[in-house]
Structures are given as C-alpha cells and as structure tokens.
Design a protein around this ligand. Sequence first.
Ligand code: WT7
Length: 571
Amino acid sequence: MKIESLPVIEGKHNLANYEETCKSFDWKDVEKEFSWHTTGLVNMAYEAVDRHAETFRKNKVALYYKDKNRNEKYTYKDMKELSNKAANVLKGYGDIEKGDRVFIFMPRSPELYFAVLGAIKLGAIVGPLFEAFMEGAVRDRLEDSGAKVIVTTPELLERVPKDLPELKYIFLVGDGIEEDDRTIDFKKKFENADKNLKIEWVDRQDGLILHYTSGSTGKPKGVLHVHNAMIQHYQTAKWVLDLQEEDIYWCTADPGWVTGTSYGIFGPWLLGGSNVIVGGRFSPETWYSVIEEFGITVWYSAPTAFRMLMGAGNEIVKKYDLSSLRHVLSVGEPLNPEVVKWGMKVFNKRIHDTYWMTETGAQLICNFPCMPIKPGSMGKAIPGVTAAIVDDRGEELPPYRMGNLAIQKGWPAMMHTIWNNREKYESYFMPGGWYLTGDSAYMDEDGYFWFQGRVDDVIMTSGERVGPFEVESKLVEHPAVAEAGVIGKPDPVRGEIIKAFVALRDGYEATDELKEEIRQFVKKGLAAHAAPREIDFRDKLPKTRSGKIMRRVLKAWELDLPTGDLSTMED
Ligand code: WT7
C-alpha cells in the first residue's frame, strides 16, 4: 500500500530521533526535571509559574492576553504574584482548603488564569466551565462535584443555581458588585490581597483538575486529573509542541476543555514558555492577525477551526504576514488530508495531528516534526506509551485490522478516577491492562494509527464532545416532546452536526416554529453547541423492546445505510 507522505522537518527539534528515544526513554527520568523528586511533595502551580520566577525567566513574558478591549502582558514574576493574590482571596474569603472544588465559570481573561493557578496553589481542585454553559449544565457539574466556590462574572451569574447547599461562596469578577454573605467582589479583594503566599504542597496523586465530559449514556462525568500529570504535560510540550525557549505559542482552546488546560496552561508554562491567550470568538481575520501581531511560532488548534479558515478562502491569507509560524498542530477530531494539503499550500507548513482525550490527560499518538507525516493518520504512539488495536477480548490485532484503539495502562497523565463513580472508571479497562479509548482505528506496518470512528454514539461537533443522551434528556423536558433520539450527522465544516428525531405529544402540531422553539429550549437549557441544528419530526422512533432509542437505526435512516440487525426492535 503506497501512501504519500510529507517529509521530516529539518532543524533542531526537542525530539530528534523517535525510534532511539522509544528504546531508551523512561518517565522516571522526567521527574528529575522537577524539584519534588527529592521531597515527594509537589504543586503544579509552583512548577508552572513560581519556579521560573526564580530563574533567568523572571522577566520573560509568560502570558500575552488580547481581546477586543484588552492587550496586556505578564511576566513570570507577575504571574507568581498575581496568582498568589488570587489564592489569598480564595482562601481568605472563600475558606478554600486542600481538596475543595473551586469552579471557574467565565470567559477567557487574565483573571481566569490567576484564579485557576491561585486555586491550585491552595491544593484545591479546579473545575473549569466553558462560558457557553447554561444553567442545567452548570447545575449538573456543581452538584455532582459538591463545589464550594464558583468564580464567575455578573453576566453569567443568572446561570449559577443558588439552591445548592454545598456552594458556599460566589466570587464575581466585574465592576460595581454588591456584596452579601455569599457574594464576594473578586476584583476589590484582589487589589488589596497580599502577594505573598505559603503554597500548599500536595501528594503527586492529589486532585488538580476536574473536567466534565460526555459519554453515550448518563450525565456528564467528572474526569479527575492529579498533579502527577505534569510529567507528561511537560514532556509532550517538549516533544510534540516542540516548544523552545524563544517560541511564542498559541493554543486556541478554551480552558473549559482539556486542551485549554493541559496545553493552554500546564504544558507551555511547565517549560517556561510564552503563552498567547486570545479572548472572544473566532473569526478568520482576528486569527490571522493574532499570528502576525504576536509573531506566533507554535500554533495548536483544531480541525474545525482549520476547516473554517479554509472556507474563508486563500485571498485573505495574503493580507497577513504568517511567516513567523514554525510548527502547527491539531487535535480533537480527524484531521482531513485535504486540510493538511491546504496547510502546505497556504502556510507552507505541515499540520501535525495529535490524538488523545479528556480522560487521558495528555497526548498519546502524535505526529512529530522529526518524522514523515502521512496525511490522514494521527501519527505514532509517543515514547513511553504503548498503543495497540485490540479485539473485544483484549487480544492485539495485526496491522490493517480495524478494532478498538487501546492504550496500555501506566502513562503519567492518566485520569485518577471518575468523580463519585469508581465503577465508571473501572469500565474503561479490559483484561491485559488495556484502557479502551472508545475509538476504532487500525495501525499500518510503520506503526501509524488511522482513526476510523467512535465505537459509541458520542458526537464530535466542531471539536466539542456532546453526549446524545444529555441532549435527548433536555429535549424530552420540552412539553411538546414525547420522545427524542439524537445522532451526529456528518458535516464538511463541523465534522458532525447534531440531528434530533422527535416524536411529539398528542395535540402538538409539527411546525417550523415548534422546531425553532425546541432548538432554543436546548440552547438555553444546555449550551449553544449542544442544540440540534436539524430536527425531524417522526410519528414514532425506533426502540428496542426494553425501550431504548436505537440511534443506530436513526443514523441508518439519515445516511441511507442498511439498518442492520433489527431483532431487538419493538414492532
Ligand atoms: C475524542 C476525545 C483531547 C482534546 C480534544 C478532545 C476524538 C481527538 C483526535 C484526532 C481523530 C480525535 C476521539 C477521542 N479525537 N483527537 N487527532 N483524530 N479523532 O477531547 O472531548 O475528550 O474527545 O475526540 O474520538 O476519543 P475529548
């Protein structure tokens, strides 16, 4: 089988020889990069920020922040002091102690990053929430985690449920805040806060961050990551992002998603890098102008964004100087070969696909600058990680056989547990020490992995993971909806869009107005990205005899595919 490939990139790279490194590499050696390998006690925020503030990087810019109103920069010394201040505010007025859950629900801003780092310095567990979440989604997460504090903005406050007994304090980041027993003006307290702090040293297996993510059944689950993950954040930021001292790095992901923390906060700062954070929404003009203005050298984004840029055409690219770009990466969904070719044409750069997921905490299968890229492939397992294709009994399959993509247990950034649900956590593993990703793939004879699809019904829309069950549950809360089934429908730009099949209750008429009303209902109840873009009314939905909606059949209807085995379907 001949597959065209893009040649290796010449130059000095942090991972120069993949094969050799695979042979000799040991995660234990990375521990020596950190001070804690002698004491055993650790704190991610110390390693990511304070440590550099005591070296030649003291006055190096750690964070460049830009949105339509602000354009600011902060050195490592600034970041140390400002995160100390945030920690003192959370401790002094929110009673935050080690292990408490602190949720951060706000648009990207420097304050968000101070608060995240500050909470971590106290040994708290941070729960970042994407700003688009509506009340139902916020409630599920605060309730499940027993959050003690939420840091939010006056604009988002109405989406924060007030009746949760465990939620003790609400910090508001904004102007003219009226305080009461429970509501605290973050900025005012921050201004007067002490910039010195005694960091809480924790065990490397203590909780760091809680990312909620969707599965095919049930409510979103809280994936708990621990401080130990820094070993892999550090090493992959080095090998895969290939960050070097002079780089200006931009990760476009929001910290509400795991890419925005593992590679928007931890990875780049553990390496002492300069991180560009851009607030506000996507537009091709702003994105290209950010690359030009900051001289971005390393850029980590997602297929859906690259496809939108591609859709905006090549003319607009010519208006900007993008020559600073050295290394471009992608994550989140399959990176189409056309997009890789487009990247070669307009940036004269290979786009490096990387594969991992919320649960794995860090990159697993990647394309490195030092290896040829086969467009359409996710690349190879990073040194220190064993990936394989296994059958349903955990037996490894030979090259080119499609099966479950599985990872051998034991990589450092692996989730620690699913919050309040050890059983769910355990269900990820199968005999032989394999962690099941939920994706199907095959491997070629050179060890490159090729993504084939999700094994479950999880939808990836514009790079965001949406569980069909969550959307269905919201749909049936609408008074007109009797039953609902939700699937991902292939889409050239978004990867998939959410399509809902709805059976109405008696007395409701199937009109376009009702469709729109139902759409808005999900949008307001869950989040804009979770609202179905298409709704079809049906008299009845295909169900198993036990009453489960058969999404497989809905998908077959939609895509004109054979419906497969219908023996379990009710009449
Ligand atoms: C799922 C995980 C890790 C941050 C972003 C998503 C899909 C991820 C790729 C890729 C094909 C990919 C998988 C995976 N996915 N990267 N390079 N090629 N598919 O994190 O929300 O936890 O979603 O995203 O299906 O299981 P997530």
